[in-house]
Design a protein around this ligand. Structure first.
Ligand code: BGC
Length: 414
């Protein structure tokens, strides 16, 4: 990471596949010591039916989306015709990395189920689709979204030691000393460090209490007993947990009246709507009433019931935010960057090091109560003073831009 970039120049592309949206990006680097000159990002929705289609259909769709973007971008620009372009591929699912530019899908998460991709090299699948569709591109780097985000975070701020994604799914990665990694013994890196993609969405501990709602959600999910942490904290599930609580209240009381059966539909309450109700500051929670009426066909809900809805959203999101904060501090503790390790070992001379965690995606950036609760919990865990050294910094579009930067770095080293 330390010898990272700065010398590369030219145009690089990235394809960022995270969940039901995919982003296509183009960045222009200025060479020797200069920064990113400009970048452009476009977001496209992946049709729901493609998330359970075949490898060929899926990769054809994303490679065509990329091809159209490249054509639009290069229209009129003086490019060497047919020159092969370098691509950073952000693929945000668990992968067994084989090299900087290749890796095998271990399993799908976040509701995806394209079975014939499991066990295959996803870069190869994409390159084959690009060549089928007449796009002359080479995958220069295959990265997880956390790793792309870390790369961009580090590009802007050298104190960046970790990255967290908290959106539809969740995950984190951090920079570890190579000699501290049992798995990598014998593998030397120039910087002496290595990025560890934790796949923390799959963590769970017997010490972490699960409610009956968590258990039922897991039982009814397509990936039972997997992604336990993700199912408690990420955007795909928070609305659903809140819906389950509200549905039970509706069954056991008459507070929501006749129309409450709408709450029985799984995943009807999406997290952005939950956030909108939670953050309603209109008089008498008018917005909550409007959402319940328009989205769930539940008209005439009393103020008392609307307040209850807000309370449930608050409890569910606060738990998620506090668990996220605990994960972040646990990770910093592992690499001795939580500040507490310094105090405990008597190394209190001088200031504890500043540790920046690059963070991305909607739950943190768009849900302000979630963000506040996460920051509050970090202070609760570390105390006011130490918490000041932990900086959560949003790395906007980091997952894609970081991948393009890595593709640029590695293509020039080949
Ligand atoms: C995936 C991770 C990814 C995270 C955030 C999880 O479901 O397993 O690879 O980083 O979502 O997108």
């Amino acid at each position: 990471m330390d010898r990272f970039l700065m010398d590369e120049d030219g145009i690089y592309y990235a394809l960022d596949l995270g969940a039901t949206t995919c982003r296509v990006l183009r960045i222009q680097l200025g060479g020797r010591g200069s920064k990113i000159i400009n970048h452009k990002v476009e977001q496209h929705q992946i049709p729901q039916e493609l998330t359970s289609s075949t490898s060929e259909e899926f990769f054809d769709f994303i490679s065509l989306t990329l091809k159209e973007f490249v054509e639009r971008e290069e229209n009129g620009i003086n490019q060497v015709p047919d020159e092969r372009k370098e691509l950073g591929f952000t693929f945000s699912f668990p992968v067994r990395q084989l090299s900087i530019s290749s890796g095998v899908l271990i399993k799908w998460t976040k509701g995806f189920a394209i079975e014939d991709v499991v066990g295959k090299d996803v870069s190869q699948c994409l390159e084959e689709a690009m060549s089928r569709n007449g796009l002359n591109m080479h995958v220069g780097a295959l990265v997880n979204d956390t790793v792309g985000t870390l790369a961009l975070g580090h590009y802007y701020d050298k104190d960046t030691v970790a990255a967290v994604i908290i959106g539809t799914g969740t995950n984190a990665c951090y920079v570890e000393r190579s000699d501290a990694l049992i798995k990598s013994q014998g593998l030397l890196t120039n910087s002496g460090g290595m990025v560890v993609n934790m796949e923390w969405g799959n963590f769970l501990s017997a010490h972490l209490p699960k409610t009956s709602y968590d258990i039922a959600l897991d039982d009814e999910s397509p990936n039972r007993n997997e992604q336990g942490f993700e199912k408690m904290i990420s955007g795909m599930y928070l609305g659903e947990i809140a819906r389950r609580v509200l549905h039970r209240i509706a069954e056991e009381s008459d507070i929501f009246g006749e129309s409450a059966y709408h709450l029985s539909v799984p995943f009807i309450l999406r997290t952005p709507l939950m956030a909108a109700m939670h953050e309603d500051d209109s008089p008498h929670l008018r917005e909550v009433g409007r959402i319940l009426e328009e989205q769930f066909q539940m008209p005439g809900i009393s103020l008392k019931a609307r307040m209850l809805v807000v309370r449930v959203c608050d409890i569910v999101s606060r738990r998620a935010a506090r668990l996220t904060a605990a994960g972040i501090i646990g990770m910093l503790k592992k690499i001795g960057r939580d500040g507490i390790s310094d105090v405990a070992s008597g190394r209190t001379k001088g200031k504890p090091k500043r540790s920046v965690v690059a963070i991305e995606r909607g739950l943190y950036t768009n849900y302000s109560m979630f963000r506040e609760y996460t920051n509050e919990a970090i202070t609760d865990i570390l105390g006011e003073e130490l918490a000041q050294n932990v900086v959560l910094r949003v790395a906007e579009d980091g997952s894609g831009i970081g991948a393009a930067l890595l593709a640029a770095t590695y293509s020039s080293k080949r």
